[in-house]
Design a protein around this ligand. Structure first.
Ligand code: FO1
Length: 313
């Protein structure tokens, strides 16, 4: 077995969890595999929200209230774009725009997203390895009663008010080089408390990822993003419900049942442990609400310890 801790990640919840992970193990042994299916193009620029959320968070730059974007960012360009009559429903701060300009320029030169992300991480002083799940474009589409919508149209523009009837991932057949090897060689694989449908789902949909998770000797531990019947953040609860899944750690455990060894449930959901076990993984109970840095560290340590205990069992 290799030495790395691999974390499957969406956006804000995953970034907060990763902050804990890089404090309890050497960040250079951490590989975050980050969803790219939320990526979109605005004003001709490639925006990779989940990657940037992870980068800004680990660099200590993130806006702490929003959980995304750059703390203290200004919006001069956005205001000027609005004056020119452009759509500005997707907020892009000035410092954030620098990231998108840089990324887009490098992509146009033919630099793959994985290398672009590695360069961004280096520039921002992020020591963990941040791997986009794919170098190819992958786009989450959600079907609402009004038809199919691109993810950010549903999530930001329409404020997640539509009932999601179906989800599909366009594009991206294969993961970026390194994803399968990272899973194969991991010491521990963690699934961050991210939306299982639209954050972790697109990663699992890439060729070979589910199979790699099912065969890796590394113990795999997920943290439930559903606590007390509600999502920690975002539309996961409503989405699980409208797509016919149980809105609980049990519903999430069923989605991961083919590869998951251990599910971490919040104390509030302790009574669901037998149902989680019946779905496949072992259930362990911990406080999972990450109120402050100490709580993030505690949750990361708990998840890694649960993985090690499972491997030794
Ligand atoms: N989320 C919003 O709710 N409104 C926004 O205007 C918005 C802009 C934005 C810009 C850059 C970025 O990296 C993230 C941004 N997000 C915004 C968050 C993003 O839509 C979500 O975090 C993810 O796509 C869901 O994981």
């Amino acid at each position: 077995m290799g030495a790395s801790v691999v974390v499957l990640c969406g956006g804000v919840g995953a970034a907060r969890f990763l902050e804990g992970v890089v404090r309890v193990v050497d960040p250079e042994t951490v590989t975050a595999i980050v969803n790219v299916a939320d990526d979109a193009e605005f004003h001709g620029l490639r925006v990779s929200p989940d990657i940037d959320t992870v980068l800004y968070t680990l660099a200590g730059l993130v806006d702490p209230d929003q959980g995304w974007g750059v703390r203290g960012d200004t919006h001069m360009v956005q205001s000027a774009l609005a004056r020119l009559g452009r759509d500005t429903w997707f907020q892009l701060g000035d410092a954030d725009l620098a990231t998108h300009i840089h990324r887009t320029a490098l992509l146009r030169e033919g630099v793959p997203l994985t290398e672009v992300t590695a360069r961004l991480a280096r520039s921002l002083g992020v020591r963990a390895r941040i791997l986009p799940s794919s170098d190819e474009r992958q786009a989450t589409m959600v079907r609402t009663d009004g038809g199919w919508l691109p993810f950010q149209e549903y999530f930001v523009h329409r404020r997640q008010q539509d009932t999601v009837r179906e989800v599909r991932f366009d594009g991206a057949g294969k993961p970026t080089p390194g994803v399968i090897d990272a899973i194969d060689d991991a010491r521990v694989v963690l699934v961050a408390p991210s939306n299982p449908i639209v954050s972790i789902g697109p990663i699992l949909a890439l060729a070979g990822v589910r199979a790699a998770l099912a065969r890796t000797p590394a113990p795999i531990v997920a943290i439930s993003p559903i606590v007390g019947g509600e999502a920690l953040k975002g539309p996961a609860a409503a989405m699980l419900e409208s797509l016919g899944h149980e809105v609980s750690p049990v519903g999430v455990a069923r989605l991961y049942a083919d590869f998951l060894d251990v599910m971490v449930l919040d104390e509030r959901d302790a009574a669901l442990a037998p149902d989680v076990r019946a779905a496949g993984p072992r259930a362990v109970i911990a406080p999972t609400i990450m109120r402050d840095l100490a709580a993030k560290e505690q949750l990361a340590r708990f998840a890694i310890d649960a993985a090690v205990a499972h491997a030794g069992a």
